[in-house]
Design a protein around this ligand. Structure first.
Ligand code: B12
Ligand code: SF4
Ligand code: SF4
Length: 282
């Protein structure tokens, strides 16, 4: 039985890697009860009573693109990873069904429009919590899942299944180094943190409202709190040169809602593109 479980997990891991997944882990549903980080209504076993395991997948976000945020470049990357994550998780769930198990994916986001998050900023199932229980990383001061390889620069999706699978080990050590770079990087000052608190207090409404504005300007989403995090082998690989200061502004300008207003000033870098960018970074 043990080797059957391991064989199935191995097949899933190989399939996921062949489909360009960067990180994968398995969280037994009992961890939601043991760790109790969110309300019972969000636990997979309470939503899908047959669920035994949650397989969590992550794809990386490239530093040279996220560092331009808020920009059309990052917006496009966001759409690409969203599409890929939903496709890959559909395929793996489909494979498990063909093998005779119950399985489906929970889409990488699952909200109709940002206006819904302005009213209530949560989804029916949290991939951050699932990723933590699946050993992909730990929850950082900025509420995102921080991984050793990519810091918070990942996007996540989950597959819920009744297949018996070997559990992944949760990380013992905190990956977040409490440097507060995320807090300083937030253009909305959405975070406040007192030393000793496990996560910062976050004004999610402020963040969601800002996203509503960015969406109109084709600069959606923000993610500066993820771009600024120094954790991750990706940051070490690129160093400070993932993109130049001029390049950031250049990429922010083209394709944005008020791209026509851009003016280059003699002797200085291009000023700014969208209204939000102008207000917060100008
Ligand atoms: C609603 C939502 C938002 C809202 C609210 C964000 C939030 N933090 O809840 C808004 C619009 C503000 C938002 C913004 C962003 N989002 Co968003 N968002 C979601 C969504 C759809 C649901 C999240 C949810 O239900 N949150 C409610 C609870 C679970 O939130 P929580 O703040 O994390 O609270 C938990 C922790 O604080 C923790 N906690 C509390 N105390 C303690 C103590 C300890 C010891 C520990 C360990 C933990 C802990 O437990 C809490 C649960 O009760 C998910 C997709 C999904 N379905 O999961 C994406 C998701 C969370 N977003 C994501 C991203 C990337 C972003 C942005 C960076 C924008 C972007 N795309 O570039 C910003 C970052 C904001 C931030 N710093 O959190 C990614 C996160 C990836 C990652 N590395 O973690 C997700 C998972 C999407 C995805 N599929 O990848 N988002
Ligand atoms: S996504 Fe932007 S506005 Fe929201 S918390 Fe992160 S840095 Fe602040
Ligand atoms: S920027 Fe620093 S404090 Fe914020 S999540 Fe990353 S490591 Fe933690």
């Amino acid at each position: 039985m043990a080797s059957e479980k391991a064989r199935l997990k191995d097949k899933i891991v190989r399939k996921a890697k062949a489909l360009d997944i960067n990180l994968i882990g398995v969280a037994p549903v009992k961890r939601w009860q043991e760790q109790h980080l969110n309300d019972e209504e969000f636990w997979p076993q309470n939503i899908w009573p047959w669920a035994k395991n949650v397989i969590v997948l992550a794809m990386q976000i490239f530093p040279g693109m996220i560092e331009t945020t808020p920009s059309v470049v990052y917006s496009e990357l966001y759409n690409t990873t969203n599409r890929l994550l939903d496709d890959v998780s559909y395929r793996i769930a489909n494979f498990l069904n063909e093998e005779g198990y119950r399985a489906h994916f929970f889409p990488r986001d699952c909200y109709g429009d940002i206006s819904a998050l302005v009213k209530r900023p949560e989804a029916a199932f949290s991939h951050v919590i699932a990723g933590y229980y699946a050993g992909l990383g730990t929850i950082g001061l900025n509420h995102t899942l921080i991984t050793k390889k990519y810091g918070p620069r990942i996007r996540l999706v989950s597959i819920i299944t009744d297949a018996e699978l070997p559990a992944s080990r949760m990380l013992k050590e905190d990956v977040c180094i409490r440097c507060q770079a995320c807090i300083r990087a937030c253009p909305m000052q959405a975070f406040t943190w007192k030393k000793g608190e496990p996560v910062a207090n976050m004004d999610k409404h402020k963040c969601a409202l800002y996203h509503q504005q960015l969406k109109q300007e084709f600069h959606y989403p923000c993610g500066r709190c993820a771009a600024a995090c120094p954790v991750g082998l990706d940051k070490k690989r690129y160093g400070a040169n993932a993109i130049s200061a001029e390049g950031i502004l250049h990429c922010r300008d083209f394709g944005a809602a008020d791209a026509g207003e851009i003016k280059k000033q003699k002797g200085s870098v291009v000023r700014i593109a969208g209204r939000a960018a102008k207000k917060n970074f100008g």
